[in-house]
Write a protein that binds this ligand. Structure first.
Ligand code: SAT
Ligand code: MN
Length: 596
C-alpha cells in the first residue's frame, strides 16, 4: 500500500486483509482503465461477455438473483432497536459467526478496496464509505453507482469518518479449488451494525446484497444516521418538473422496489411543453434548513434499474440511457444486443440466448424478472443539472404509492402532513422479483421502507411525525388500478404527467379539488384529458372515487397490522388518533352519501 491512508482507514484494511487472507490488495482509484480491467477479468473468468456499444452482459448464478430479506439482519445492541420488521442478531454473536466464516474467505483472490462517496463530492449532505470486496463485478458496478475512487479517498483521508462496508462472495480458492463464473454461497448473511456504522455482507454477489453503497448504506445505515441527526433517508426518486411556462417544482416519491420508480423518474411526458428531469430514481436523503424547507440529494451516481418491461414505449429515456457503457445482468442477448421480456416483440429475433445461456425456444424466460442494468447517471439524456448540486434541491411535494389494483384512487392529496405520514405508513405492495420470496403476494410496506429501515419501525413512524412540520404537501398516487375484468384503468408511463399536472396545480393553489374523507381528489373537470384515449378519460370519475366501505376496511386492516407487530412500546399513539380521524370522516360520509 504505497497510497497515503489515514491511520483508521489503514487499520480497517489491514485487519480485514489478515482475516480474509487474499493473495493481494488493490486500492481502487475509480479510473476508466481500472473499470476496463475489471471487465476484462470478468470476461476471462466467463462471468461476462461483451455486447455492442461498450455494453457488458453478466450472468449470475441462478441461486443469486435478488435481495435476500430473510438473510438480512440489523444487529443493533438492543433487540428493541431493530424492531418487529427486521431480523435481529446480537452484534457480537453475529460478528463471531461472520469472523469465523470470513476467515480465509478471499484465499486466491484479490481484495479490492473501494473508497466511495454517497452524494455529490464535497457536499455537506454526503457521507463516505469504504467497501472491501473480492468481486470485480462489484468494483465495476460501484464505479457506476457511486462517486468512487481517488477523490473520495482524499476527502475521507481529510475528514476521517467512513462507513465500513465489508463484502465477500465467500468462495475461497484454496488448494485444488477451481473458480466458477459467479461464485456465491447458499448461506448468505447481509448484516448491519447501526451503532458502529458497519456492514458485513457474505456469500452473495448480486445487487443490493453486494453493492453496499445502495440499500445497506444509503438506506439501512443512513436511516439510522438520519434518525440520530434529524433528517430522512428514504426509498424515493427525485424529479424536477417544468411546466410550459417554465415554472419548476421538485418532487420526491416513494414506491416499493420494481413499482415503476425508474419509469416515473425518466418519464417522457405525453403533454406538450412539459419537461421531467431526473435527479434520482431510488434513494433520497432529505434535510430541512433553518427556514423549515426540505432539501434533497440523490446519494447515488447511477441507476440500477429493472430491465424487463423497459422499452421505447414504456421508458424511452431509459432506453437511450442504456444504449452504451452499461452493465446488463441476467438479460438475454442476440448479436450483441441485450434482450428481455417487454423490450420489443421477440418475433424478429431468431437466436436469442437466454440469461441461463441457452437458445431461447419459448419454454423459459429470456431474462430473469429481476434482470438489471447498471448505468452511470451521466449517460441519461434527461438528467437534471441539479444532479450534482452540493446544496441539494428544494422538495415541493412528496408522493407515495404502491401497486394496488383496487381501492386507492389515481391520486389524492392528504389534508395535512401528519395524515400524509399515516398514509405513507399505510403503503402496501405486491411483492416483485427484486426480493427473493413470493412474487405477487401483497404485503405492508410503510413508505416502501419495509426491507430498508435500519431501526424500529415504530421509531421510524415517530421520526416522520417529528419531521411533519417541515414536510411539504403529500400525495398518494396509484397507477395500477384495475377494472372488474382485470384491465388497467390508467395508461401510466408518459401519461402520468397528467397526474403531475394536477399536483402542480394544487401546489400553485390553482386547483380546488374535491374533498373526500381521505383527502382531496381531482375534480374531473380540473384534470387535463387533452389527447388522452377516451377509454381512460371516461373512467376518470371511477378512478377518483373513494369507496367509503372499502376504505373503512382499509383503515381497520391497517390498525390490525399495527397491532399485530410488537413495537416494544415504540409505536406512536398519534397513529391511533389519525386512524380514528380517518374512520370518523368515513363513517360520517357513509351516513350522508351526498357529501361525496
Ligand atoms: O436492492 S436492489 O439494489 O437489488 C434493487 C431493489 O430492490 O430495488
Ligand atoms: Mn429500490
Amino acid at each position: 500500500m504505497e497510497q497515503f491512508l489515514n491511520p483508521e482507514i489503514k487499520s480497517f484494511i489491514l485487519s480485514y486483509q489478515e482475516l480474509f487472507s487474499p493473495n493481494s490488495v488493490c486500492i481502487c482509484n475509480g479510473s476508466d482503465e481500472e473499470y476496463d480491467r475489471m471487465i476484462q477479468l470478468m470476461i476471462e473468468s466467463g462471468t461476462a461477455e461483451r455486447l455492442a456499444n461498450n455494453n457488458i452482459l453478466v450472468r449470475s448464478d441462478p441461486q443469486d438473483v435478488a435481495r435476500v430479506e430473510d438473510r438480512t439482519f440489523i444487529c443493533s445492541v438492543k433487540e428493541e432497536d431493530a424492531g418487529p420488521t427486521n431480523n435481529w442478531v446480537e452484534p457480537s454473536e453475529m460478528k463471531d459467526k461472520l469472523n469465523g466464516l470470513m476467515s480465509g474467505a478471499m484465499m486466491g483472490r484479490v481484495m479490492y478496496v473501494i473508497p466511495f462517496c454517497m452524494g455529490p463530492l464535497g457536499s455537506d449532505y454526503s457521507y463516505y464509505g469504504i467497501q472491501l470486496t473480492d468481486s470485480p463485478y462489484v468494483v465495476a458496478n460501484m464505479k457506476k453507482m457511486t462517486r468512487m475512487g481517488q477523490k473520495a479517498l482524499d476527502l475521507m483521508n481529510e475528514y476521517g469518518n467512513f462507513v465500513r462496508c465489508v463484502h465477500t462472495v465467500a468462495y475461497p480458492l484454496s488448494e485444488g479449488v477451481k473458480d466458477v463464473p459467479w461464485p456465491c454461497r447458499e448461506d448468505k448473511y447481509i448484516a448491519h451494525f447501526p451503532e458502529t456504522r458497519e456492514i458485513l455482507s457474505f456469500g452473495s454477489g448480486y445487487g443490493g446484497n453486494a453493492l453496499l453503497g445502495k440499500k445497506c448504506f444509503a438506506l439501512r445505515i443512513a436511516s439510522c444516521i438520519a434518525k440520530d441527526e434529524g433528517w430522512l433517508a428514504e426509498h424515493m426518486l427525485i424529479i424536477k418538473i417544468t411546466d410550459p411556462n417554465e415554472v419548476t417544482r421538485t418532487v420526491a416519491a416513494a414506491f416499493p422496489s420494481a413499482c415503476g420508480k425508474t419509469n416515473l423518474a425518466m418519464m417522457q411526458p405525453s403533454l406538450a411543453g412539459w419537461k421531467v428531469e431526473v435527479i434520482g430514481d431510488d434513494i433520497a436523503w432529505m434535510k430541512s434548513n433553518d427556514k423549515g424547507e426540505l432539501y434533497a440529494i440523490n446519494p447515488e451516481a447511477g441507476f440500477f434499474g429493472v430491465a424487463p418491461g423497459t422499452s421505447k414505449k414504456t421508458n424511452p429515456n431509459a432506453m437511450n440511457t442504456i444504449r452504451q457503457n452499461t452493465i446488463f445482468t441476467n438479460t438475454g442477448s442476440e448479436d450483441g444486443k441485450p434482450i428481455w421480456e417487454g423490450i420489443d416483440s421477440f418475433a424478429h429475433f431468431k437466436n436469442i440466448i437466454t440469461w441461463k445461456k441457452v437458445l431461447h425456444d419459448g419454454s423459459d424466460k429470456v431474462a430473469h424478472p429481476n434482470a438489471r442494468f447498471t448505468v452511470s447517471a451521466n449517460e441519461c439524456p434527461v438528467l437534471s443539472n441539479d444532479f450534482n448540486n452540493l446544496k441539494g434541491v428544494k422538495i415541493d411535494a412528496i408522493l407515495v404509492g404502491g401497486r394496488r389494483d383496487e381501492i386507492i384512487p389515481l391520486v389524492f392529496q392528504t389534508f395535512d402532513a401528519q395524515e400524509g405520514v399515516l398514509i405513507g405508513a399505510s403503503l402496501t405492495s405486491e411483492m416483485t422479483a427484486a426480493a427473493k420470496g413470493t412474487v405477487g403476494k401483497v404485503r405492508r410496506d410503510p413508505f416502501a421502507m419495509l426491507p430498508f429501515c435500519g431501526y424500529n419501525m415504530g421509531d421510524y413512524f415517530k421520526h416522520w411525525l417529528a419531521m411533519s412540520e417541515r414536510l411539504p404537501a403529500i400525495f398518494h398516487v396509484n397507477w395500477f388500478r384495475k377494472d372488474k375484468d382485470g384491465n388497467f384503468m390508467w395508461p401510466g408511463f408518459g401519461e402520468n404527467i397528467r397526474v403531475l399536472e394536477w399536483i402542480f396545480g394544487r401546489l400553485k393553489g390553482e386547483y380546488e379539488g374535491k374533498k373526500t374523507p381521505i383527502g382531496t381528489v381531482p375534480k374531473v373537470e380540473e384534470f387535463n384529458v387533452k389527447g388522452l384515449d377516451e377509454k381512460y378519460s371516461k373512467q376518470l370519475s371511477e378512478l377518483f372515487k373513494v369507496d367509503t366501505d372499502a376504505y373503512m376496511e382499509f383503515f381497520e386492516e391497517l390498525e390490525s397490522y399495527f397491532q399485530s407487530l410488537d413495537f416494544k412500546g415504540r409505536f406512536p399513539s398519534e397513529f391511533n388518533d389519525l386512524i380514528n380521524q380517518f374512520k370518523n370522516r368515513l363513517a360520517n360520509a357513509n351516513s350522508s352519501p351526498k357529501s361525496l
